[in-house]
Design a protein around this ligand. Sequence first.
Ligand code: BDR
Ligand code: CA
Length: 313
Amino acid sequence: MSEKIPLLIDTDPGVDDALALLMAFHSDAHDVVGLTIAAGNVGLEHTVRNALKLREVVGRPDVPVFPGCSGPLVHVPREDAAHVHGRDGFGDIGYPEPAGTAADEHAALAILRLSHEHAGRLLLVALGPLTNLALALRLDPTLPQRVARLVVMGGAVTAHGNITPVAEFNIGFDPESAHVVLSEFPRYDLADWEATIAHGFHHRRAEAWLAADSPRARFYEAISRQTRLWSEDRRGELWHSADALAMAWALEPEGALEQAERPVAVETEGRLARGLTAVDWNRQTGAADNARILLRYDQARFESRVEAALAAA
Ligand code: BDR
Ligand code: CA
């Protein structure tokens, strides 16, 4: 058996998902055993195609890509995130069609199968809406027993949302699935939108990393160009990459400088409250601390991991 940690990534690529994937593929300590694909940032046909392209860019066509749910479990959301990531999710650069094809197995079934194959060792990282994971849990509620660690990018732990005033995109896109996953996994790590905002990169610094003479940097420079311009215009001098921060913490938990363990619940109702991640900061409910929330990560470690992943040959 490989000494490496088996890593399964549920993702909706997406420009920041792509950076997280580059980091995952670059890690010597981890073995990416599959990419299960959700709809979210853009539609499933695009997120699957983007995952196929990304595995090609890193020279890993052997890593299976499993298409998952084409939309949320219950309600169709009002909007996707094409205005941030481009209509195709990868900056509309018109990249050539990827060579490989996706697997026939559904993402939810692949999650369950791989959880058996890597029982007790699997690192599961969720970078998109939690639809595939919720479906997997409904098919087999014993899934958490076989997952060594679940890291979720999602939520806004003091209700400073990015898709509604209180909701973060991954949770707000499919709150019912988020409720299933975040209430049925007894323990998980949560890297939320507010942690993302606290760990931005300076645009000029990021541009220097993107100028590296490597196919990965060239590809990433191209697909992220539109979103970097949008970000600089809207958010100022720092560029934020939610999924990259979650991946840094997943790959290198020692980099966390401050974390808090608290009960977290997802609100599924209410015109304004739907998609809220309610954190019981003062432990008033008596609920168990199910979430370990990332508050502060070593910025230098984060940045050097991103830089190295981009520069890799
Ligand atoms: C999350 O939403 C998506 O747009 C990003 O890929 C990230 O996973 C941030 O709210
Ligand atoms: Ca994502």
